[in-house]
Write a protein that binds this ligand. Structure first.
Ligand code: GLP
Length: 244
């Protein structure tokens, strides 16, 4: 759906999440959320924090799995997605620390494989992802599933595309400082979610949104695989929808 602006779009998504959390609370059940980083979901997290502070929305029954993390990456680095999530969401709500899962950028190389398999297992043991939140990269990546990622891919270590690293370069004060690798949930992991909400704002995303939504499904644009999902919503502001 196309919204007037990212503010109202983010409010809509926050309300959908809050509603699910409240209805599960009544049943005494958990909610499992797949979360994203980047500039796109920040307003969504602002709203969730506001709902917590102003309306008493509790996150005690919420379990989260983040999509990805750079590799290598220390959790307290200003570039880490652990730190990002704390600053934008986790430090401001009442989610139990044990319910938070983010790929570990500090692992030894030889331990990554086992960690990734365990990450998949934990998602399943939690009951599977109820809602997966997504942004989209200019390469058409979701999470860090760059061009070439297959439909069935699972959580694993990946090499980052040059375009993605260029887009991150200013945050890292130079391309050379951007990690060349990341750990990401796979396309298959994402598609296993019961509901997917992809968000995109701004004219800069219009071309890739057009390709993702209306283009042919192919590995060179992993976001096209979302077309397979029975319950995937693409939420944009007007500029991001301008090429549709
Ligand atoms: C990074 C993240 C993605 C995100 C993308 C877009 O690569 N790993 O999850 O969707 O950037 O970033 P932004 O939301 O800042 O446009």
């Amino acid at each position: 759906s196309i919204h007037e602006n990212s503010e109202s779009a983010s409010h809509y998504v926050a309300c959908e999440i809050a509603e699910l959390i409240r209805s599960r609370q009544k049943e005494g059940k958990n909610v499992v959320l797949g979360l994203a980083t980047g500039s796109t979901p920040t307003k969504l997290y602002d709203y969730l924090v506001r709902f917590h502070k102003e309306e008493g929305l509790s996150f005690k029954n919420v379990i989260t799995f983040n999509l990805d993390e750079y590799y290598p990456m220390e959790p307290d680095s200003i570039h880490s997605y652990v730190r990002f999530m704390k600053e934008h969401l986790f430090d401001h709500i009442d989610i139990p620390a044990k319910n938070i899962h983010i790929p570990d950028g500090t692992l030894e190389k030889e331990d990554v494989r086992a960690f990734c398999l365990d990450y998949e297992k934990k998602i399943q043991q939690a009951g599977g992802l109820d809602i997966q939140i997504l942004g989209i990269g200019r390469t058409g990546h979701i999470g860090f599933n760059e061009p070439g990622s297959s439909l069935g891919s699972i959580t694993r270590m990946v090499r980052l595309d040059r375009v993605t690293r260029l887009d991150a370069a200013s945050d890292f004060f130079g391309l050379d400082n951007v990690p060349t690798k990341a750990i990401t949930m796979g396309v298959g992991t994402i598609l296993s979610a019961k509901r997917i909400i992809m968000m995109a704002w701004g004219e800069g995303k219009s071309d890739i949104i057009h390709k993702a939504v209306e283009g042919k499904q192919r590995e060179s644009i992993p976001a096209t695989f979302l077309q397979n999902h029975p319950n995937c919503e693409v939420i944009t502001d007007r500029p991001a929808a301008s090429a549709l």
